[in-house]
Design a protein around this ligand. Structure first.
Ligand SMILES: [Zn+2]
Ligand SMILES: [Zn+2]
Length: 172
């Protein structure tokens, strides 16, 4: 996926996005054996001012502006648990302009998220390993599996891809 490597520090992400990296990519993969579809894209999240609603969308010009204006925002990274046959979503909190602790912010995100398997970058024991919040086994990026992670038989084929430019991106 993403050129915003998940192993970069916030500062590097800021530098990468704001000063050097201006492109984002969307690609869709489909299994040639089952109905598995995976959309590989850079996803951002932001929470409204009264902390009652969370928006998740593919990174673009509008979302980057809204993100900048909101009190809590960051990136969403998607992983897959081959044991549970389900996606796990990781929230990478980049900005917290509230007085709330990160733990409290995580509780809010958990409550507002539409995903049921959720982890947080701030809680990782090691940035190189992630575990499924349900079964505890190691999860991985969809593109790291040799075969389709759902049926484990088919191959993922690229069926759609585009690259677009992000303008005026600024996480400050
Ligand atoms: Zn499949
Ligand atoms: Zn699992």
């Amino acid at each position: 996926m993403t050129k915003y490597s998940m192993f970069m520090s916030d500062k590097n992400i800021k530098k990468e996005l704001g000063e050097t990296e201006k492109m984002t990519r969307y690609s869709m993969f489909m299994c040639d054996n089952c109905n598995f579809i995976f959309e590989n894209k850079d996803v951002v999240f932001y929470i409204n001012d009264d902390l009652s609603e969370m928006t998740e969308e593919a990174l673009g010009i509008l979302s980057s502006r809204t993100m900048t204006g909101s009190k809590i925002s960051g990136f969403v990274h998607t992983w897959y648990c081959i044991h549970c046959k389900d996606f796990v979503d990781e929230y990478d909190i980049v900005s917290n302009k509230t007085n709330l602790s990160i733990r409290k912010v995580e509780e809010i995100i958990k409550k507002l998220s539409k995903h049921d398997k959720v982890i947080f970058t701030t809680n990782l024991k090691s940035i190189y390993h992630r575990n499924c919040p349900k079964c505890g086994r190691e999860i991985d990026a969809v593109w790291n599996f040799n075969k389709c992670p759902q049926c484990e038989k088919g191959n993922l084929r690229l069926i759609n891809e585009y690259i677009y430019e992000i303008k005026e991106y600024d996480l400050n």
